[in-house]
Design a protein around this ligand. Sequence first.
Ligand code: HPA
Length: 297
Amino acid sequence: MQSTDWIPETHYREAAASVRARLSLQPTVGLVLGSGLGPLVEEIQDAVSIPFQEIPHWPTATVQGHAGQLVAGTLEGQPVLVMQGRIHFYEGYSMAQVTLPVRVMRLLGIDTLVLTNAAGGLNRSFRAGDLMVIEDHIFLAGMAGYNPLRGPNQGTFGPRFSIHTHTYSPQLRTLARRVADELGITLHEGVYVSLTGPSFETPAEVRMLRALGGDAVGMSTAAEAIVAYHAGMRVLGISSITNLAIDDTAAREEVSHEEVLRAGRQIVPRLAALLRGILRQLPPFDPEEIENRPEHG
Ligand code: HPA
């Protein structure tokens, strides 16, 4: 195993200690912002920014559209820690590195993680600009062996065999749907297919993923959701459907990273309203929810 496939607990702890030393509030909600969604941090009050480069062991983001900093502060009265720009497997990082921020957030006392992403729509009823709450995922790289929990289990975070029937909190999904209803925002619910990228899917792959039951496809989120759930966090996932995945080689249109960023920016006000509504009504975290999980029984 490459050394970056498994990160010693001291590294997570050193990263957490360095972040903690710069925080004035104890964050309880973590928020990961996907492509083009970075402007959401402008809404955070009393913001403290920590560039990724200043945190020991933290992989540093390289992709256009991913600024690469943690921003701590308050949003709708909730103490949040926002990751502006995430780390992707396609940049050359291991799954352990990609998910290091999630474990650091856990060590910082964060119990609720909201993962957002930009995704291509597979479901034929979706339109570019729509939002989807993630009901479940298909993690093809994980199924093929690139599971972030591979290696000796780190019992500080969770059990050896993590059971993933309810990765995405049913409680938070219900809350998201209710808030969307109240705000008059259309919110689909569906299955997110996580690929590693960086190449986009071919039309044949798009047809395959749709046949497998996918509603949206992207290059992130599943590994983070697994590590978060394993560590006993409540997870909510929201996809911005920035484009429709193309399923025909005769199609004239093309998907581009620029289009994804542009559509992401258009979705930001609606996603921001949804996230704020969710934070406003977020029920306190109940540790019993974790203790009642089958693998802890
Ligand atoms: N495919 C993969 N990832 C994406 C897409 C897509 O169509 N759109 C945004 N991220």
